[in-house]
Design a protein around this ligand. Sequence first.
Ligand code: GDP
Ligand code: MG
Length: 162
Amino acid sequence: MLQEQEAHAAEMERTFIAIKPDGVQRGLIAEIISRFERKGFKLVAIKIVIPSKDFAQRHYHDLKERPFFNGLCDFLSSGPVLAMVWEGEGVIKYGRKLIGATDPQKSEPGTIRGDLAVVVGRNIIHGSDGPETAKDEIKLWFKPEELVTYTNDAEKWIYGVN
Ligand code: GDP
Ligand code: MG
């Protein structure tokens, strides 16, 4: 049992997920949150913010050479974004699976982008693409005290570990 608990603790991760201004304006907040929640992931931080253009540029800094960078940053700062941190075993990689491919034309049905978006420039949601980016993005968007550590009573049923 102790081994299972240690394995569970070692696999526990956090990822940064954001509903972009198009997802917020289209009324998709509850739909998107419910997909992460029903899966069994745990919400540990959430807030609604309108990021400045400078902040959007920091968030997407690794894309600054891309032709769509300026439009992307204008778009991200054009309205409210729902910023969240989700926790769970494998949540970084599986969160990306729930989201689907970057281009909604290539996202599988059943994924968030596959079911709810049509074009790459309005693909409604962001998710960290790996452990390092997750750490950096959580730090960029949230103060440490905005992250809540708690036990969800359903965890023993989700993971089979007490
Ligand atoms: P993601 O991690 O799946 O969100 O994709 P990327 O990190 O590669 O790109 C970040 C965001 O830039 C995407 O979610 C899209 O909103 C946007 N984007 C990516 N590629 C393109 C493109 O070819 N054209 C446009 N207009 N936007 C793009
Ligand atoms: Mg990305």
